[in-house]
Design a binder for this molecule. Structure first.
Ligand SMILES: [Zn+2]
Ligand SMILES: [Zn+2]
Length: 157
C-alpha cells in the first residue's frame, strides 16, 4: 500500500535535485547532472519499513513530513480566489462562497491523502514510499542544531 521506495535529494556536489530509482533495486545514488556517485551508506529497509538512518548521508535524525508542497497549497488558494472573484463579478455571491469552500475542502482532502515522507535533518533528503507511522515530527531544536552545524562547517571551509 505504500508503493515504491525512493529518495529525492539535492546532489552534494552540484546541488541539483535528483530522484533515485526504486531503492531495493538500486544501491547506488547517481546525480543526473554531474558525475557524483555514492553507494547507499546503510542497508535499505525491506517492506517499506522506515530506515534508522538517512539513506543518502547516514544521519540518524529524521523527521516525518507531509509530502504536500506549500507552493501547491498556495496555488490552490490563488486559483480559488480567481474563480470566486469571477462569480462575484457576475453577482453570484453564494456561488462565489461555495467555490471558496469547495477549494478549502479539496485542499484538506489532498493534505490528508498525501503520503508522509521522512526527511533528513542534515541533508534534507526525502524518503518516499515508507511507513512512517510512529516516527517523530519536526523538532525545531534539533533543526537548529543542524543549522548551526552547517554554518560552522561552511565557516571552516
Ligand atoms: Zn550533481
Ligand atoms: Zn541525510
Amino acid at each position: 500500500m505504500f508503493g515504491l521506495m525512493y529518495l529525492t535529494y539535492h546532489c552534494p556536489n552540484c546541488d541539483s535535485l535528483n530522484q533515485s530509482p526504486e531503492l531495493s533495486e538500486a544501491a547506488t545514488l547517481e546525480c543526473g547532472h554531474c558525475d557524483w556517485v555514492r553507494k547507499v551508506p546503510v542497508s535499505v529497509p525491506q517492506n517499506n519499513s522506515p530506515p534508522d538512518q538517512c539513506l543518502r548521508c547516514g544521519n540518524e535524525d529524521l523527521w516525518r513530513q507531509k509530502n504536500f508542497s506549500q507552493a501547491l497549497g498556495l496555488g490552490f488558494v490563488a486559483l480559488a480566489a480567481v474563480i470566486s472573484s469571477i462569480a462575484w463579478m457576475y453577482y453570484r455571491p453564494i456561488l462565489a462562497i461555495s467555490i471558496l469552500m469547495a477549494f478549502a475542502v479539496l485542499d484538506m482532502i489532498l493534505y490528508v491523502v498525501m503520503p508522509d515522507v521522512l526527511v533528513c535533518y542534515r541533508c534534507q533528503t526525502k524518503h518516499h514510499g515508507i511507513d512512517v507511522s510512529g516516527h517523530k515530527t519536526f523538532d525545531h531544536e534539533l533543526a537548529e542544531k543542524y543549522r548551526q552545524e552547517e554554518i560552522r562547517l561552511k565557516a571552516s571551509q
